[in-house]
Ligand binder design. Structure first.
Ligand SMILES: C[S@@+](CC[C@H](N)C(=O)[O-])C[C@H]1O[C@@H](n2cnc3c(N)ncnc32)[C@H](O)[C@@H]1O
Length: 234
C-alpha cells in the first residue's frame, strides 16, 4: 500500500476535496452513475477518507459500510462520521468475509480496483454480498491512459506499474495494475453481472479556474473509466 494512503492520509483527504482529478472529475462522474441512494444499504470499498460516505449520508442512504485497507483512512472516517457509518479495516484482496451474503443494494468503489491483481475474485465477492438486482459501481484508471506507462507494449497483458504522483504537494511513489478493458468486463460478466453503463466521465468546467492545462487534457483524453454493473445471478 502506498504511503499516499497511510503516512499522507490526512493531507490526501484535504487535497481531494477540491482538486481536479477527484473532486471535479471522478466524484461528479461517479455520482452521476450511482444515482439516487435514499433508503439503500451501501458498501464503499476503498472508501479512503469518507468523501463518498459523507455524500451517501447527505443523500439519506439507509446504511453505509466503509471498507479500507488503511487504518489511517478508517481513523479519518470514524473521526468525521462516527457511528453514522460501519467501518472495517480490510484488505479486500483477502475477500469480504465480514460482509453478509445478499446484504447490499449498492457496492461502490472509487479509484480502488487498480490496486488489486485479481479482479475476478473481487467481482465474485461483490456479487455475493449484493442483493439480487443490486449494483456494483466503480471507477478506475482508463485502460488506454495507463497504456502510456506500459513497459511491455502489450495492451492485453496485466502489468504492475510504478509511478510518482504529486497529489499531496510532494512526490509519492504509487504502484497499481494496468489492465485491459476486456479483463475488466470479463471479470464482471464471468461473475454474474450485466454491465448497464460504461462511461469515460466528464471533467467539470470549473476545473479551468484551477488549471487550464489539466482541464484541457481531461476534456480531450480518456483518463478514468466508470462502470455500473447489475447482479443478475449468483
Ligand atoms: C485513490 S484512493 C480513493 C479513496 C476514495 N474511494 C475516494 O475516492 O475518495 C484509494 C483507496 O483504496 C484503498 N485501498 C487500496 N488497496 C486496497 C485494498 N487492497 N483493500 C482495501 N482498500 C484498498 C487505499 O487505502 C485508498 O484509501
Amino acid at each position: 500500500m502506498s504511503e499516499l494512503y497511510s503516512k499522507h492520509a490526512v493531507k490526501y483527504d484535504n487535497m481531494i476535496q477540491t482538486n481536479i482529478y477527484n473532486a471535479m472529475y471522478d466524484f461528479p462522474s461517479m455520482t452521476a452513475l450511482i444515482g439516487d441512494v435514499a433508503g439503500l444499504d451501501i458498501v464503499d470499498l476503498g472508501c479512503g477518507s469518507g468523501v463518498y460516505a459523507q455524500y451517501f449520508l447527505d443523500k439519506h442512504a439507509a446504511q453505509i459500510t466503509c471498507v479500507d485497507a488503511s487504518p489511517e483512512m478508517i481513523d479519518i472516517v470514524q473521526s468525521k462520521l462516527g457511528a453514522q457509518v460501519n467501518t472495517h479495516v480490510i484488505d479486500v484482496a483477502q475477500g469480504l468475509s465480514v460482509l453478509h451474503t445478499d446484504s447490499a443494494d449498492r457496492v461502490v468503489s472509487a479509484l480502488m480496483i487498480h490496486y488489486l491483481a485479481d479482479l475476478d475474485s473481487l467481482c465474485a465477492e461483490v456479487n455475493r454480498i449484493l442483493k439480487q438486482g443490486g449494483q456494483f459501481i466503480f471507477s478506475t484508471h482508463h485502460p488506454f491512459a495507463d497504456f502510456e506507462c506500459s513497459a511491455s507494449g502489450n495492451y492485453f497483458e496485466r502489468e504492475l506499474v510504478t509511478d510518482t504522483w504529486d497529489t499531496v504537494g510532494e512526490p509519492v511513489t504509487v504502484q497499481f495494475y494496468r489492465r485491459s478493458l476486456t479483463e475488466i468486463t470479463t471479470a464482471l460478466t464471468n461473475n454474474g453481472f450485466v454491465i448497464s453503463a460504461i462511461t469515460e466521465g466528464e471533467v467539470l468546467e470549473q476545473a479551468k479556474t484551477i488549471c487550464e492545462k489539466t482541464y484541457r487534457y481531461l476534456s480531450t483524453h480518456p483518463n478514468f473509466l466508470f462502470v455500473r454493473a447489475v447482479k443478475e445471478k449468483r
